[in-house]
Design a protein around this ligand. Structure first.
Ligand SMILES: [Zn+2]
Length: 364
C-alpha cells in the first residue's frame, strides 16, 4: 500500500470514528429525549407519557416532585426521569448525557418503567453503581421507588446511616411533621436492607391502624352520641383509617409507605381532636399508651397482669387479665422485623415527644 493510500485509509477510519463518536450519544437516547430535555430544563421531573399514558404519568410525576421537593428542603438538588426503554450504554450513560446537556450541577437519576436505575452527579459513576448494587435498588419493583432510593444514595455526602428500628422511629417522628415525612423517609431508609423492610413497615402501619381502631371503638362506646363537631372528627378519623388499611393491604412493592403512614397520622390527629372535645383525651404521639400491652387491638387497658414473656405487671385488657389469672398469660404481639419478629414494646415504635417536637425518646 502506498503512503497516500495509507493516509487516505487512516483519514477514513478517523472520520468514521469521529462520526460514530458524534452519533453514538444520539443513537443511544430514547424517543423521549427531546421531551425529557425540555421538561427537565425548566422542571425537576420527567415521566414519559408514551410508556404510561398522560394521566398515570402526571400522577407519578407529582409523587416524584414531592420527593424532589423534600430533598431540596434538605439541601440536595435532584432531577428525576422515567423514560422509554434505553439502549446503548443504558441508564448511567443516559443520565450522564442528560445531565451534561442540561448543564445541571446536581444529581440526576433516571430509570425506565421496568429497567435499572442510572445516575449522574458529583459522585463517580463506579461508586454509584456499587452503592446501587449494595442497596439492591434495581430489585425495587416500582420505578418511583427505584428513583427515590437511587436519589437518596446518589446525592453527595449522604448522612450517617441509622439502621433498623431507629431509622424507622426517626421516620415516624418526622412523619408526624407531615411535610417532613418524605425527608425522614429519604434520610433514614436508604441504609436499611430491602429484604423484610416492606413487611416491617407494613407491620408497623397495621399496628398503628389497630391502635387507631381501638381508640375509635373506645370513644364510640363511651360517647354514643357525640356533639356534631366531635362526630365530624370521628368520621374523618374513620375515613383515614380506611385509607390506611387499603394502603396496608397493598403487597410487595405496591405498598405505599407514605400514603399509609400519612393516613394513619391524619386519622390519629382527627381522633385525638374528637377525644379532646369529648373530654377523653389520649396522646396522639403515643398511640399505644393506655391500650392493652399484649396487643393494642384488644382495646383499652383496664387491668394489670404479667405477660408470658414479661417480668413486671403491665396494663392489659380485661380478657388478657382473665387469661393471665387462669394461668394462660398472653404473649405480646410480634411484629415483623428485618432481623426476625420483634415484640411490639421492644420495637420502639413511637416517638415520645409531641408531634411538633419529635424527640429522641422512643418507647411508649
Ligand atoms: Zn389484651
Amino acid at each position: 500500500m502506498s503512503a497516500p493510500v495509507r493516509h487516505w485509509t487512516a483519514w477514513c477510519v478517523a472520520l468514521v470514528a469521529a462520526a460514530l463518536a458524534f452519533c453514538a450519544p444520539a443513537a443511544a437516547l430514547t424517543r423521549d429525549d427531546a421531551d425529557a430535555v425540555a421538561a427537565l430544563r425548566t422542571g425537576d421531573v420527567f415521566v414519559s407519557s408514551r410508556e404510561l399514558g398522560p394521566e398515570v404519568a402526571s400522577t407519578i410525576a407529582q409523587r416524584l416532585q414531592e420527593k424532589v421537593d423534600a430533598m431540596r428542603a434538605n439541601g440536595y438538588e435532584v432531577k428525576m426521569a422515567i423514560v422509554s426503554p434505553l439502549n446503548g450504554d443504558g441508564a448511567f450513560g443516559y443520565a450522564r448525557r442528560l445531565r451534561t446537556r442540561l448543564h445541571f450541577p446536581g444529581t440526576l437519576v433516571v430509570t425506565t418503567l421496568n429497567g435499572p436505575v442510572g445516575a449522574a452527579g458529583e459522585r463517580p459513576p463506579n461508586a454509584l453503581r456499587a452503592a446501587f448494587q449494595a442497596d439492591r435498588v434495581n430489585a425495587l419493583g416500582s420505578a418511583t421507588e427505584r428513583l427515590s432510593r437511587a436519589a437518596e444514595i446518589a446525592v453527595p455526602a449522604p448522612p450517617p446511616p441509622p439502621s433498623g428500628w431507629r431509622g424507622l422511629v426517626a421516620f415516624i417522628a418526622l412523619a408526624l411533621l407531615g411535610a417532613a415525612a418524605a425527608v425522614g423517609w429519604g434520610l433514614h431508609r436508604e441504609q436499611r436492607r430491602h429484604r423484610g423492610v416492606a413487611d416491617q413497615d407494613r407491620g408497623t402501619l397495621v399496628l398503628g391502624l389497630d391502635a387507631l381502631q381501638a381508640r375509635l371503638a373506645a370513644l364510640d362506646a363511651r360517647h354514643p352520641s357525640p356533639p356534631a363537631e366531635a362526630g365530624d372528627d370521628l368520621a374523618e378519623a374513620r375515613a383515614h383509617h380506611s385509607t390506611g388499611r387499603a394502603a396496608a393491604q397493598q403487597s410487595g412493592h405496591a405498598f405505599d409507605h407514605t400514603a399509609g403512614f400519612t393516613a394513619l397520622f391524619s386519622g390519629l390527629r382527627a381522633a385525638a381532636r374528637a377525644a379532646d372535645a369529648l373530654g377523653d383525651p389520649f396522646p396522639v404521639d403515643r398511640p399505644l399508651e393506655g391500650l392493652c400491652s399484649a396487643d393494642p387491638a384488644h382495646g383499652l387497658a383496664t387491668e394489670v397482669a404479667r405477660l408470658a414473656d414479661g417480668e413486671s405487671r403491665v396494663p392489659v385488657c380485661a380478657a388478657c387479665h382473665d387469661a393471665a389469672r387462669a394461668g394462660r398469660p398472653p404473649r405480646r404481639r410480634m411484629l415483623p422485623g428485618v432481623d426476625g419478629p420483634v415484640p411490639i414494646d421492644e420495637a420502639h415504635l413511637w416517638p415520645a415527644a409531641s408531634p411538633d417536637t419529635p424527640g429522641e425518646a422512643l418507647t411508649r
